[in-house]
Design a protein around this ligand. Structure first.
Ligand code: PMP
Length: 277
């Protein structure tokens, strides 16, 4: 079942108009929640980010967060979801194609669940990445539907024989196409600060908290492309990828091309955090 506006309906009954501004302009926002063991993971963080995205693009959410939470729990139960994700998007609604906001916008909300296991193999073995110019706009902190740069970059990475892209803006590493990027240098953790140039990942927050608990020195400080060469370890963080090691960048192995010990320690702490031993 899908949540469509205020109802639960089969997918075929989600009747979104071809005039929906999400379709014309990418004029909408979204969130992806993780569900572990039938429960929403870090729900408050996702709601806060959804509210922030909505406020900054001036879309009025059709529900209060309390109501939305109740609806999402009902959706998870209706779909008998144990392990997977909940996707929710809210667009500015439909109107004849024209740039200005409709005078009386009626936002359209749609949510569905997807079954998905934890990506054990990739978390264990690691992934490869290539670097590329971050050509996105200057509000990457908003989770909007405009993902063409992310889609293009991911496909370019795959075409170059890698699993993902690591973006840099004028030489400063920002993040990846659907995850945040972190590296370990001199035994300390480095990641881009949570400003307008990256998405403020919910997993990023969890991992930084766990890192501090493990007495790791954490730098939320910009670092340069050149510093990738000095990395002892590197990994990405995200709702679906959790903590996935990066074992080579631009065909150069990180350390010995194997996931490093600090990455393993953080993965272990993360497993514990989500209720696995
Ligand atoms: N950056 C980008 C560009 C993303 O799309 C995502 C995935 N939502 C992330 C970072 C990671 O965010 P989160 O940990 O909240 O999934």
């Amino acid at each position: 079942m899908y949540l469509y506006q205020h109802q639960f309906v089969p997918k075929e009954e989600v009747a979104i108009s071809p005039d929906d501004r999400g379709y014309y302009f990418g004029d909408g926002i979204y969130e992806v929640f993780r569900v572990y063991n039938g429960e929403l993971f870090e729900a408050e963080g996702h709601y806060r980010r959804l509210e922030k995205s909505a406020a900054d693009v001036r879309i009025c959410l059709p529900y209060s967060i309390k109501e939305l939470h109740e609806k999402l729990i009902e959706l998870i139960q209706l779909n008998h979801l144990q392990e997977g994700t909940v996707y929710i998007q809210v667009t500015r609604g439909s109107a004849l194609r024209s740039h200005p906001f409709p005078s009386q916008p009626e936002p359209v909300l749609m949510a569905f669940t997807t079954e998905m296991q934890r990506p054990i193999h990739k978390m264990d073995q690691g992934i490869t990445a290539v670097t590329a110019d971050d050509i996105r706009w200057l509000r990457c902190d908003l989770k909007t539907l405009n993902l063409l740069p992310n889609v293009m970059a991911k496909q370019d990475a795959l075409d170059r024989g890698a699993d993902d892209v690591i973006w840099h803006r004028n030489g400063t590493i920002t993040e990846c196409s659907a995850s945040n990027f972190m590296l370990i240098k001199n035994g300390e953790l480095w990641t881009h600060p949570a400003n307008n140039l990256i998405l403020h990942g919910i997993t990023r927050d969890v991992v930084l908290k766990l890192a501090r608990q493990l007495q790791l020195e954490v730098h939320e400080t910009p670092f340069l492309l050149d510093e990738l060469k000095l990395a002892e370890e590197a990994f990405i963080t995200g709702t679906t990828v959790e903590i996935t090691p990066v074992i080579s960048i631009d065909n150069v192995p990180i350390a010995q091309g194997l996931p490093g010990p600090i990455t393993r320690q953080l993965q272990q702490a993360f497993r514990k955090h989500i209720g696995l031993a």
